[in-house]
Ligand binder design. Structure first.
Ligand code: FES
Length: 163
């Protein structure tokens, strides 16, 4: 399946809002990523032009910061914590379960662009270990049954949209 289409006008509008902002590269990239879920590679050149930078400088910043992605992600980005507090509370089995349920390895996106699976060092909610973040929603004290029902819920959202 092809990745979701990028609205070129919307992209241009975002870039224009930051035109000439010498120190505005990171906020601009953040805004692009917030709107599209990643930085579409064709955006690099117009971003560089708008801020009077070389495309290689823009590319360098994108690859330096782990938070920026050049590949489209799924509609639901799952970040399962593998930090110490979560590890002690069984995050490894949670990660394995999510991998099995979604048929994805760490860093992969499903072919229908519904799910991306990532793991992170700490979600900053250790008291809720083991934790997982789906887009902006935190889920804590996860047990396998809860993970399965959450994933079912997100899968159902997908089906509801296609009907
Ligand atoms: S170690 Fe998992 S939230 Fe901190």
């Amino acid at each position: 399946m092809k990745p979701p289409e990028i609205d070129g006008d919307q992209l241009q509008r975002i870039i224009d809002q930051h035109r000439g902002e010498k120190w505005g590269l990171i906020p601009l990239l953040q805004e692009i990523q917030e709107n599209f879920g990643y930085i579409p590679p064709p955006a690099i050149e117009p971003v560089a032009k708008a801020l009077n930078l070389f495309p290689s400088q823009v590319q360098g910043v994108i690859t330096f910061y782990a938070g920026f992605a050049l590949k489209p992600k799924g509609k639901y980005v799952l970040k399962v914590c593998r930090g110490t507090a979560c590890h002690v509370k069984g995050s490894r089995s949670i990660i394995r379960l999510v991998q099995k349920e979604l048929n994805l390895q760490e860093g992969e996106t499903s072919p229908d662009y519904q799910f991306t699976l990532e793991t992170v060092a700490c979600l900053g909610a250790c008291f809720l270990a083991p934790t997982m973040l789906v887009n902006r929603s935190y889920f804590g004290r996860l047990a396998p049954a809860r993970v399965t029902s959450l994933l079912d819920q997100y899968r159902r959202n997908k089906e509801d949209e296609s009907t």
